[in-house]
Design a protein around this ligand. Structure first.
Ligand code: ZN
Ligand code: ZN
Length: 278
């Protein structure tokens, strides 16, 4: 019979791998009067909220991949930034540098995880050539449908490539470097935690490439904990957690507390507008 500890049933749980970015995180008051962020507890690699977020990123990625593709080759079209007085013979603007390389990286990452999930979940192998867009779509569908199997994968050696300009992102544990022009290839032991993290990062980089960077917003309301007006709302539209953080004492506002804070902020803004108008 399994032992049940006095605290309840949280035995065997550990922190969600998203750490301070965990969507289920809580802030608790520490002994020194500062607030510390505690990630959500989970029996798996990621808490349920972050697992859902990973699945949503996988469902959204194929569409973003296509949108990225639409940016290739539109160097001098109306979509790109205009250069005043550029005229007919203006040199092309290199706004697409690296888009194709980034697409290749997306394909490489999602298809390599697809392969591992197919192995782990005994799915039939799809071999043969697939167009990049189709390969990404199929891989993301398979991964979204088996996201629990994905984040439960044990660490195993996988091959990754990296643009030389991003070489500082290569972890120290990487082995077997291959240099090929601007590229570095290497092997690394990767498992479920890295799978989830890679998917979230790829999606975030996609959105940034497509110009959808988060907009942060500073609130007028003073922090409920320290009474200093240094609250900032982090935009949740681009895969970031939607939350308000006090940049003075570190208190965080999530869920219900966030909703109540935003009501207070709206009331405050409305009252000030009314005062100005009278
Ligand atoms: Zn989490
Ligand atoms: Zn505060």
């Amino acid at each position: 019979m399994p032992t049940i500890d006095a605290q309840g049933s949280d035995e065997g749980q550990h922190d969600c791998a998203r750490g301070k970015h965990c969507a289920a995180r809580k802030t608790v008051l520490a002994d020194d009067g500062k607030y510390v962020t505690v990630p959500g507890p989970t029996y798996r690699a990621f808490c349920d909220l972050d697992t859902t977020k990973i699945r949503n990123c996988l469902l959204d990625l194929p569409r973003r991949f296509v949108e990225l593709g639409a940016h290739i080759g539109d160097k001098a079209t109306l979509d790109g930034p205009r250069v005043s007085g550029g005229g007919k013979f203006a040199p092309p603007i290199p706004i697409n540098t690296g888009v194709e390389a980034f697409q290749q990286q997306i394909e490489e990452v999602v298809t390599s995880w697809e392969e591992r999930v197919r192995d782990a979940a005994n799915l039939t192998d799809i071999s043969g050539n697939r167009r990049a867009g189709m390969a990404v779509k199929v891989a993301c569908q398979v991964l979204a449908g088996h996201v629990q199997a994905l984040i439960a994968l044990p660490a195993d050696s996988m091959y990754r490539t990296c643009d030389i300009s991003r070489a500082e992102h290569i972890p120290d544990e990487a082995v077997g470097y291959i240099h090929d022009g601007d590229w570095i290839g290497y092997n690394l032991d990767l498992g479920g935690v890295e799978a989830g993290t890679e998917i979230l990062n790829l999606h975030h980089r996609c959105m940034a490439r497509l110009g959808m960077t988060p907009q942060h917003h500073d609130l007028r309301t003073a922090c409920w904990e320290c009474e200093v007006p240094r609250l900032r709302r982090w935009d949740g539209t681009v895969g970031l957690a939607d939350s308000v953080e006090c940049r003075n004492c570190g208190a965080e506002y999530l869920g219900d507390r966030l909703a109540r804070l935003m009501v207070e902020e709206e009331t405050l803004v409305r009252n000030r507008q009314a005062q100005r108008a009278s």
